[in-house]
Design a binder for this molecule. Sequence first.
Ligand SMILES: Nc1nc2c(ncn2[C@@H]2O[C@H](COP(=O)(O)OP(=O)(O)OP(=O)(O)O)[C@@H](O)[C@H]2O)c(=O)[nH]1
Ligand SMILES: [Mg+2]
Length: 308
Amino acid sequence: MQITDKVAGEGERSGTGLILSHFGVAVEVLFGDGERRMVRVKRNSGHVVGDRVQVDEEVLERLPRTTELRRSDARGGVHLVAANLDVLGIVVAPLSPSGFIDRAIIAARAAGLNPFVVANKCDLPQARELYEALLETYQGMVPVFPLSAARGEGLDPLREFLRQGHRGAFVGTNGVGKSSLLNALVPDIDLKVAEVSDYKYLGRHTTTVSTLHALPGGGELVDTPGFRDFGLVDISCAEVAAHFPGFEALEQHGCRFHNCRHRQEPGCVVTGLVAAGELPAERYQTYLEVLAEAEAAEESALRRGWKK
Ligand SMILES: Nc1nc2c(ncn2[C@@H]2O[C@H](COP(=O)(O)OP(=O)(O)OP(=O)(O)O)[C@@H](O)[C@H]2O)c(=O)[nH]1
Ligand SMILES: [Mg+2]
């Protein structure tokens, strides 16, 4: 599918299309023949980038979604990142906060998306040691692409991966280089990127609206505004354990108790791996943190249910 720059006049077209971007009271829709136009929507319509829609004149109806990726922020607000994705690109750079990758992987897997990690800014001297550790932790569990968007180095393996017809989104904290990466992958777009390239400037919000782009070699990617916390939404404790990166052995060997939370239960595969030195204690600690968050969320959902 080729995304063209032609924008048709309002009210001229009907048919099914794909939401490319969302601007408060209007969405930009791409129709099957490559034409794009803005269609008005209610401010809190709930439509997001990646939604398939049926448009009749000015009436827009959302079609059923195959996937939905949600996250919560530090204040408990729930955000829908995008719809109908099949992969999620988690972008990191030196100084990215820890914890983002694991939560994003769990959320992606629970939503039926295959996560991958993009380790950007490989040109910075701080990157080497950091990314060696990152590869050690995640290689073999999720694809990891170390690259430099600024220098255009290391992009081919990522292009090859996306070419298989994937539709994904880049998520990551502010300033990790999501938009820079999109600009490098799609030569005819010019997304706004932060002016200061200093790796310390991770706190600015440069991108404010999510936008979907087709890659010249195949595949589609959504550039999203950066955010600091990938809070989990409606993820059960069982899902945390099932999707935690490093717990893949659980797929083959179950624990003694089917509802094992991998704390002190006897016959637990995970604590066995930690004791044998096959799972780093640090990784296990991270699991316990995420598990505690999921338990707290489950309990507060229960309390809300009781109050009804
Ligand atoms: N050294 C270096 N700098 C980079 C690289 N990629 C991006 N940058 C710089 O990092 C800064 C932030 O890049 P953006 O692409 O705006 O980051 P973003 O993730 O889209 O940020 P938000 O839109 O705020 O979420 C810019 O000044 C880029 O020039 C890279 O590979 N190496
Ligand atoms: Mg950006």
